[in-house]
Design a protein around this ligand. Sequence first.
Ligand code: BTN
Length: 265
Amino acid sequence: MQNLFFKVTLTSITIPNIIFLKNSSWNIETIDVCDSTNSQVKLLKANKTLTDRTTLMTYLQRKGRGQGDNSWYSSRKKNLLASFYLEVELPVVNHFMLTIMASIALYRMLKSRGINCDIKWPNDIYYENKKIAGVLIENTLMRDKITETIIGIGLNVNETEFPESIPNPCSMKQIIGKDFKLDRICKDITKELDVLLQQLGSMPEELFHEYQSLLYRLNQWYLFKIKGKTINARIHGVELDGRLILETDGGTLMHLLFGEIEYII
Ligand code: BTN
């Protein structure tokens, strides 16, 4: 029954052609410290010193930014702090495909290292009930197209102690019990992005399907807080525009935007 719903959702979707420009390889640059790699990429862009498929990595951010007004914590040289800059030609209506691409790239890279994660909608990466990575995507628009994207990734790699103020963090080292090389991880993410860019051009429906199948708490009854009210519901998947589809225990389908739903543990 649960899968049936899924099939109906998938057979009825149409994702128009998504075009990604050029086929160059990634140029990875590392700076010792900056405010935020996403902000730094924007500065380079403004100075016209940025080329397509550039990754900017740093060891320390003074003002690491998270979703909304959140900040992003990482102590020096412990974790991956990187922004992946891409020139694209993507209809704005398909903006969520970038979220899908970033989340699956992280999922696949972690899986290749023995870590099986879920994607907490829209793009937090969770190991069991703990957050291991976050993504901050910032796009440049021209009319109805996204022309450039900055995919900022914060991945907890070798950190073993987090400030108490961070809700439920975990790191690769805490899971696997050994240190990982940050530059190797960064390179492997660019490789996953390359594969995904190809797949987004040729088989976007499959990626959309894969993303939904990896959702944290998919098809399981849980308590959620929506507009101040606690409700029992289960996640069915997402709409093409990225809205989360939730079914309440009363059988109502809700379509939610980011910020409209809170997960209750
Ligand atoms: C979130 O989960 O709230 C998103 C966190 C994104 C953090 C990364 S670290 C690299 C890049 N630079 C930033 O300032 N933020 C992103």
